[in-house]
Write a new protein. Structure first.
Lengths: 481, 316
């Protein structure tokens, strides 16, 4: 169906269902502010199906909105959730089999290069005033970096990044030959959590002042970080300075690319010309520092060279470390009797925390594309994002962070979490856009792991990884230049 | 209507007997009819996927786009030309050899112990087979926690008993990571081997043993010269079944080490998973699968041939 036909059908169907829509809206909850008006009713289904992540994209928060969507539109959203480790296979299998079962699928940014032909572009729907109330939906409210990195792709060259950084403008995206492939719903960035009680402890403050001649403060640079982490490292008291995630897995790459960006390197690791750019002087300096934290300064708990993000989360929540860097929503066990807060991951010359957002997209094979779009518009809308704050959704809209900043209850409940996450996202660096990213990722995390456990030097590890990545890119058909 | 050649109630033949070819056809048809369900299942579950596997191995398969095309032996060149793949094949062979050997030794010891007619035997047997009921993923997760150097039980008790100074990061060193994955497999599968060997022990005839005892054989000599030779068929069965399963090990190693540290515990099954289900390069994964299948078939056929020389049951 063409866009004009769609619009024609929509206008006609609006008249037919006007009474029902008004009746429904009168009884609908207005908890979310102005409800989305169902001005177009294209073959309204009784149910839509959605494939979503579990805790990685805060499924509990999303679930709270589904009854409100039903009361507004009379449509049930059947939401299936999968843990992240199994989600990619599920999404790929659904799309590869051209299944229409799921109308809406959650897509992580690194997968897009591979699945782009199976996701329905929604730029035209966003620009269609019958489907989108531009003022209400307010595309410019999305954090530009998150939106461009996650949802904007060139259909003919899925590896190319949208180069502009201003407010999101669907028309400009379309005119530039790009398309919008979904709406970001959850943005994860590497943030630093720390034991507030330890930093505020009078004995610690005086001891730190005596040792380093300056007040104890949450570190903002890596140089300060080494001092603070060393200060808190007291193995006999089962306390260490920080966690790192140097084990064999994607987490080690994410740690490294954060360091790389903060040391002035290109945190994407592969540039748009398909050249590995992680093994230069900045990369070597970043990995050397990372390795030193584990082996020279010894500020990490034993087991760091086999640690994952789950290990890091457990170590923080059980009070084994003073600081931790993770994407998880961090908590402290009650038995620790401590308090916690958040800060930006430190920098060397600039901030560059790794971030990766997940978006809700319309399955290209769905029979209910228009309603699928309405659903994701609803779930990523201003009111919805604000409504999910109490369950600590990681929002993708600036307005949600403003709501969190104005309401003291969020600061009381989550401390600095929202201000820190918002700032981290604005400074964050995403992943390269490659069909074979998992191959590239593996070569890099093997290098990080090898260097971290001193099986080889940082220089040699990165040089080997760069050579492997060049071969992998060539095998995938990516020609340098 | 009376069937020609069929006997009546009185025993008389109503007509001429059916032609021999008809009887043969009927027998053959009955046979095929009985075989059909199994053949259909086999065709759907094994033959068709194998045909697809072979087809994919010679194609660049783009499951998510329009780019599927014939590429000849390019996938095989990629797989066989990757030095890491050979290193991972070596690691897989080593893993199977170590895990299965240890399981056979421990399984035999366990079977001998359980074969003694004691009141506790039934209880002990039930306890020893418990690991078989635990899913490999769950076992690996439990092992991962047990081996954590900060809060795991293994380091805690080894330190408490004075057997270890500093905590050991078991999964960060290639040697200790190998010990960990082998231990996991041995813990999980030794009871299976023990059960097969226990069945064998209970079937060993008593006469040769009694004769040997009369001739003055000690317990060790009795085991080595009498029991073990009689147990060979059962050892062969356990060996083959376990080796096939060990070659296919995935979940335990994937969860426990993820193939690390570095790539030191990466088995071929982990490579296949990565290529097929993370990169979705189905062509290369199919090529690797075919190479793996041939290698496994060759190893198993050689193993069976060697064992058959000294094992009646396999010859039969």
């Amino acid at each position: 169906m063409t866009t004009s036909n769609l619009a024609h059908t929509n206008r006609r169907s609006v008249l037919k269902s006007g009474v029902a829509a008004v009746g429904g809206l009168l009884t609908a909850s207005t908890v979310l502010g102005r409800p989305y008006l169902a001005r177009a009713q294209a073959a309204k289904p009784s149910q839509l199906t959605m494939l979503y992540a579990t805790v990685e994209a805060d499924s509990d928060a999303v679930k709270t909105l589904l009854p409100q969507f039903k009361s507004l539109h009379g449509i049930d959203i059947a939401m299936d959730t999968m843990p992240y480790n199994a989600l990619q296979q599920k999404v790929f299998a659904e799309l590869a089999s051209k299944s229409a079962y799921y109308d809406i699928v959650i897509v992580d940014a690194p997968w897009m290069s591979a699945v782009i032909d199976n996701i329905h572009p929604i730029t035209d729907m966003i620009l269609d005033s019958n489907l989108t109330d531009a003022a209400e939906f307010d595309l410019t409210d999305f954090i530009p970096k998150v939106f461009y990195d996650t949802a904007v792709f060139k259909p003919s060259a899925s590896t190319v990044h949208w180069s502009q950084s201003g407010d999101v403008d669907a028309k400009a995206i379309k005119q530039g030959g790009f398309e919008i492939y979904g709406l970001p719903i959850q943005a994860n960035a590497l943030t630093m959590s720390y034991r507030k009680d330890l930093f505020e402890d009078a004995d610690n403050k005086s001891a730190f002042q005596a040792k380093y001649g300056k007040p104890l403060a949450v570190p903002e640079t890596w140089d300060d970080f080494v001092q603070v982490a060393s200060f808190f490292t007291r193995p006999r008291k089962r306390l260490w300075g920080t966690t790192l995630m140097a084990g064999a897995g994607d987490w080690a790459t994410d740690d490294f690319k954060t360091m790389l960006a903060s040391f002035g390197g290109d945190g994407y690791m592969i540039n748009d010309k398909f050249e590995p750019v992680f093994a230069g002087p900045e990369g070597v300096a970043a990995l050397t520092f990372y390795v030193d934290l584990i082996n020279k300064y010894k500020v990490t708990p034993p087991g760091t060279t086999s640690a994952s993000w789950d290990t890091a989360a457990t170590e923080f929540e059980t009070g084994l470390v003073a600081m931790s860097m993770n994407y998880h929503t961090e908590t402290l066990n009650a038995s620790v009797h401590g308090t916690m807060d958040y800060a930006m991951v430190p920098k060397k010359v600039q901030y560059g925390p790794h971030f990766g957002a997940m978006m809700l997209s319309v399955n290209a094979f769905s029979k209910n594309k228009e309603w699928a779009y309405r659903t994701i518009q609803f779930l990523t809308g201003k009111a919805s994002q604000a409504a999910m704050l109490p369950l600590q959704l990681h929002p993708t809209r600036r307005s949600a962070y403003e709501v969190a900043a104005k309401d003291p209850s969020y600061a009381q409940k989550f401390g600095n979490f929202y201000p820190v996450l918002g700032k981290s996202l604005e400074n964050g660096v995403g992943r390269p856009r490659l069909k074979n990213y998992s191959d590239v990722d593996r070569s890099i995390w093997v290098a990080v792991n090898d260097a971290a456990r001193r099986a080889t030097t940082p220089e040699a590890a990165l040089a080997k990884a760069a050579a492997q990545v060049k071969t992998q890119l060539a095998q995938a058909g990516y020609t340098p230049g | 209507m009376a069937i020609p050649g069929a006997a009546t109630a009185g025993g008389a033949i109503t007509g001429p007997p059916p032609p021999r070819y008809w009887v043969r056809h009927r027998v053959a048809l009955t046979g095929w009819g009985l075989l059909a369900p199994a053949l259909i299942v086999l065709l759907i579950m094994s033959v068709v996927p194998t045909i697809y596997l072979v087809m994919f191995a010679f194609q660049h398969v783009d499951l998510l786009g329009p780019g599927t095309k014939f590429v000849g032996i390019q996938n095989f060149e990629r797989v066989l030309g990757d030095p890491e793949m050979w290193s991972d094949a070596g690691a897989t062979a080593l893993y199977v050899a170590l895990a299965v050997s240890i399981q056979l030794v421990f399984g035999m010891a366990l079977a001998l112990m359980l074969n003694r007619k004691m009141r506790e035997t039934n209880l002990l047997t039930a306890l020893f087979i418990l690991p078989l009921g635990v899913a490999p993923v769950v076992s690996a997760l439990i092992f991962r926690e047990l081996l954590n150097p900060v809060y795991g039980w293994v380091d805690f008790y080894l330190q408490s008993w004075g057997l270890m100074g500093d905590p050991v990061d078991w999964l960060a060193n290639p040697l200790t990571a190998w010990i960990s994955i082998i231990t996991l497999d041995v813990w999980q599968w030794t009871p299976f081997v023990a059960l097969i060997l226990l069945a064998g022990l209970q079937g060993v005839p008593q006469e040769p043993r009694e004769a040997a005892v009369v001739d003055g054989a000690g317990p060790l000599s009795l085991f080595w010269h009498v029991t073990l030779p009689l147990m060979r068929p059962f050892i062969a069965i356990a060996l083959v079944l376990r080796a096939i399963e060990a070659f296919k090990t995935f979940a335990g190693v994937y969860v426990l080490t993820g193939g690390g540290p570095g790539t030191s515990t990466t088995l071929l099954t982990l490579d296949m998973y990565r290529i097929a289900l993370q990169d979705f390069d189905v062509g290369a994964a199919s090529a690797l699968g075919i190479c793996f299948l041939f290698a496994l078939s060759f190893v198993m056929s050689r193993l069976l041939a060697v064992l058959a020389k000294s094992t009646d049951i396999l010859e039969d």
